[in-house]
Ligand binder design. Structure first.
Ligand SMILES: [Zn+2]
Length: 233
C-alpha cells in the first residue's frame, strides 16, 4: 500500500515538475534519473582505460608518480558534460556524481580494473566551501565508483587546509607551489599500503590533483591512480 501511495505521489509531483533529461530536455521514462537512455548511449566517453589519450597523462607525467589516469568523458563547452557538471556543482544534484560513478565503475570493472584499487578518495573541499555548497561534488562520484569496483569509499581520508587562492596570471610552477601542502592525510596509516584511486570532477591544469596526490603519497600508499568525471583536451 505504501509503495502504491509513493507512486501516486511521484505521478502527482511529475505532473507539476516534469523529470527531464539534462542532455536533451525530453521527459524521462519512469524510474530513469537525469540522463535519458539515448543521451546515455551518446555520452562522449574517452575510453582511456583501453586506449591512452596522451593529453591527459601529459598533465601529470614527470610531476608525480602514479599508476593510472582514468577520465570518464571529454568536456566540451555547451555539451552534455558541461550541463551535467553544472547540475552537479551548482544545482544541488550530488546524485548525478553517484550515477556517473556507478556507470564508469561498471565499465572499469568489466575491463578488469577491480583489482587495481582498494579504496576511492574524493578530493576534499575546504570546510567553508563545503558549508556553502552543502556537499562535496566529487564524493558521490567516489561512492559510485567504489560501489561498482567493490572498493572502500574514504571521503574523510584527506583534509583541505585552506581555500584555494586565485590562480589566474600564474605560470604552471607557481600554480603548483601555490597549492602545495594544501591537502594533508587526516590520520597517519589510513591510506598506507593501499591501492588508492583519488577522484575529482574535472581535470583542468592538474594542479589540484598534483597537490592532493602529494598528500596521498605522504601517507605511503601501495599505489596512486587518478579518476576524473571529465577533462578537456
Ligand atoms: Zn536525453
Amino acid at each position: 500500500m505504501a509503495s502504491q501511495q509513493d507512486s501516486l505521489l511521484n505521478d502527482f509531483v511529475s505532473l507539476f515538475f516534469p523529470n527531464t533529461c539534462v542532455g536533451c530536455d525530453e521527459a524521462l521514462p519512469r524510474g530513469v534519473r537525469f540522463v535519458c537512455p539515448s543521451c546515455q548511449l551518446e555520452l562522449p566517453k574517452t575510453g582511456n582505460h583501453k586506449i591512452e589519450v596522451p593529453e591527459f597523462e601529459q598533465k601529470l607525467r614527470n610531476l608525480i608518480e602514479f599508476k593510472h589516469v582514468l577520465v570518464y568523458m571529454h568536456f566540451h563547452k555547451q555539451g552534455i558534460v558541461q550541463k551535467l557538471m553544472h547540475e552537479l556543482k551548482y544545482n544541488h544534484k550530488p546524485e548525478i556524481g553517484e550515477l556517473l560513478g556507478r556507470w564508469y565503475g561498471a565499465e572499469l570493472a568489466d575491463a578488469g580494473y577491480q583489482e587495481e584499487f582498494d579504496c576511492v578518495v574524493p578530493v576534499p573541499l575546504h570546510k567553508s566551501k563545503l558549508r556553502k555548497r552543502g556537499y562535496n561534488q566529487s564524493e558521490g562520484f567516489a561512492k559510485g565508483l567504489a560501489e561498482a569496483l567493490s572498493a572502500e569509499c574514504l571521503p574523510d581520508a584527506l583534509i583541505r587546509n585552506r581555500a584555494n587562492q586565485t590562480q589566474t596570471r600564474k605560470n604552471r610552477l607557481e600554480r603548483w607551489e601555490n597549492v602545495e601542502r594544501l591537502f594533508e592525510p587526516k590520520e597517519k596509516g589510513v591510506l598506507s599500503a593501499r591501492k588508492v584511486l583519488l577522484v575529482d570532477d574535472v581535470l583542468t591544469t592538474g594542479s589540484t590533483l598534483l597537490s592532493c596526490g602529494e598528500a596521498v603519497l605522504r601517507a605511503k600508499p601501495a599505489s596512486l591512480s587518478f579518476g576524473l568525471i571529465a577533462a578537456a583536451r
